[in-house]
Design a protein around this ligand. Structure first.
Ligand SMILES: [Zn+2]
Length: 250
């Protein structure tokens, strides 16, 4: 458990590095699966780059997930349940985005989740071309680290409504594609990356950020020109790329 917390803190510090331009102030949050019953999530208002043990809250997964099933709980009820979901009463209040973290950590092979407001990614997510960025791929390393397609979630009010919209979009993706998502893009909001290890979460986040910068640059020279569906499929299925993924721990 201590090891998981340590990994979560390291992953948070990496995602919060100022020069990466993924988050500022209290933006973004991270989480890690401890067991089927519990997960760690960043506390509300803390800073990713300097996250410490006291800024992370251990939560009861079921108590948080039960909120997703309620018809229309008030904001106060959501707040009270989040406080009640803390394993240690003295711990800080979990972020309201703990709702989507709890659900994403129930997916197969998802042990870590990162969420940021990358400037480059948000420049596209706040534009009419957002969906195109989610559905297409620009270069081979983007396919390797971010998967063949990203999940796209139209703008939704943060909190419970957003957690439900993410669940809906991921389930829809799972019925259409036979590969697991690595990247979830939230229209006019930000990006979530998920994976079995902190390395996978960081790789998907940094590569999606790079792809966004390339998209923005290419758009200035009459682009982007995307990889074709066949080209993406070929990269995703290549053995040498799979070895590379393993070597990178993603
Ligand atoms: Zn956010």
């Amino acid at each position: 458990m201590k090891e998981i917390l340590e990994k979560l803190l390291q992953m948070s510090h990496e995602l919060g590095r100022e020069e990466l331009h993924l988050t500022i102030l209290g933006e973004g949050n991270t989480s890690a699966r401890v067991s089927k019953e519990q997960f760690y999530v960043k506390a509300s208002g803390s800073t990713l780059g300097t996250l410490s043990e006291k800024d992370v809250t251990l939560c009861d997964t079921k108590k948080v997930l039960d909120l997703l099933e309620l018809e229309s709980p008030s904001d106060t009820a959501v707040d009270e349940t989040l406080l009640a979901a803390r394993v240690d009463e003295k711990a800080r209040k979990p972020s309201v985005e703990a709702l989507f973290h709890a659900w994403l950590l129930t997916l197969p092979e998802v042990n870590f989740v990162g969420h940021t407001h990358s400037i480059a990614v948000n420049a596209i997510l706040c534009s009419p071309r957002a969906r195109e960025f989610a559905e297409k791929r620009l270069f081979p390393d983007e396919v390797v680290c971010c998967g063949s397609k990203s999940v796209y979630v139209p703008y939704t009010d943060p909190g419970l409504a957003l957690a439900r919209a993410i669940r809906h979009a991921v389930r829809e993706y799972q019925t259409v594609y036979d590969f697991a998502p690595r990247v979830i893009l939230l229209e006019n909001h930000g990006i979530i990356t998920i994976g079995p290890t902190p390395e996978a979460v960081i790789a998907a986040m940094r590569m999606a950020d790079k792809a966004a910068r390339i998209f923005l640059g290419a758009a200035q020279v009459q682009g982007p020109r995307f990889l074709s569906a066949e080209q993406v499929k070929r990269i995703a299925g290549r053995q040498d790329e799979k070895y590379r993924q393993q070597a990178l721990g993603i």
